[in-house]
Design a protein around this ligand. Structure first.
Ligand SMILES: C[S@@+](CC[C@H](N)C(=O)[O-])C[C@H]1O[C@@H](n2cnc3c(N)ncnc32)[C@H](O)[C@@H]1O
Length: 203
C-alpha cells in the first residue's frame, strides 16, 4: 500500500490513542522504573524509509521487539508484503491498546484493502522479548534507543539465532557481533526526536 494511504489509516487508528499516558500508568502499576521501558513511537514516513532499506520480500515475517501500542507492526503490515507480523511488549496495558487498535483495523479497514492484506497474520503478545522465540523471523525491528546495555547484550546473543539473510533494524543502538554485516546507518526521526538506526544482515 502507498505510504499516503497507510498514513491516512494510521491517523484514524491512532488519532486519539494516548500511548504515553498508558505507558506512564503501566510503569506506576507495575512499579518498573528502568530506562529500557522509556516510551516513544515511530512516525510513518521515517519508519517506511528504514524498513524499505532492508527490502522486505513477499511472504517474509516481521517482529517488533518492544511494540508499544503497535504502531510499527501495523505500519509494517500496511506498507510491506509480510505474511506474518508480531509485536511483543513487556507492559500489558500497551499490549491491550495494540490489540484494540488491531480489532478496529480488522473490522473497519482491512476488508477494504487490496487482497494481499487479507491473509496477513498479525498478533500482539505480552512478554519479554528475551523470552520470545523469533529465530525464524526475516525482519526484526527494535526502537531501542533507551534499551539498557544489559538488554542489548542479551538481545545481540538472541539475534545470532536468526537464520542467514535475516535483517535487523535497530534504532538508537548498535550490536557488536561478528554474525552480522552492517548494511548501513540511517537517521530515523520519531515522535520524540531522532536516532541513528543501524541496519544489519545475518551472515
Ligand atoms: C521506544 S518504545 C517503542 C514502541 C514501538 N515499537 C514504536 O516504535 O512505536 C519501546 C518499548 O519497548 C518496551 N520494552 C522494553 N523492554 C522490553 C522487553 N524486555 N521486552 C518487551 N518489551 C520491552 C517498552 O515498554 C516500550 O513500550
Amino acid at each position: 500500500m502507498e505510504l499516503t494511504r497507510a498514513q491516512e489509516i494510521f491517523d484514524q487508528l491512532y488519532g486519539n490513542l494516548p500511548g504515553y499516558e498508558i505507558a506512564r500508568a503501566e510503569k506506576q502499576r507495575t512499579g518498573r522504573g528502568d530506562a529500557s521501558i522509556t516510551y516513544g513511537e515511530v512516525l510513518p514516513a521515517p519508519f517506511h524509509e528504514m524498513v524499505s532499506a532492508v527490502s522486505p520480500k513477499p511472504g517474509e515475517t516481521f517482529i517488533d521487539l518492544g511494540s508499544g501500542t503497535g504502531k510499527a507492526t501495523l505500519l509494517a503490515a500496511m506498507l510491506f508484503p509480510f505474511s506474518r507480523l508480531v509485536g511483543v511488549e513487556l507492559l500489558p496495558g500497551l499490549g491491550d491498546a495494540a490489540r484494540q487498535v488491531l480489532q478496529r483495523y480488522d473490522a473497519e479497514f482491512r476488508p477494504q484493502l487490496p487482497p494481499e492484506h487479507h491473509g496477513q497474520r498479525i498478533e500482539f503478545i505480552d512478554g519479554d522479548m528475551l523470552e520470545v522465540d523469533f529465530k525464524d523471523t526475516d525482519v526484526v525491528f527494535a526502537h531501542g534507543t533507551c534499551y539498557s546495555p544489559q538488554l542489548m547484550q542479551q538481545l545481540a546473543v538472541k539475534l545470532e539465532e536468526l537464520k542467514p539473510g535475516a535483517r535487523a533494524v535497530i534504532a538508537g543502538q548498535t550490536i557488536q557481533s561478528p554474525a552480522f554485516s552492517l548494511l548501513g546507518m540511517k537517521v530515523m526521526r520519531a515522535d520524540w526526536g531522532s536516532s541513528i538506526t543501524a541496519l544489519y544482515q545475518r551472515r
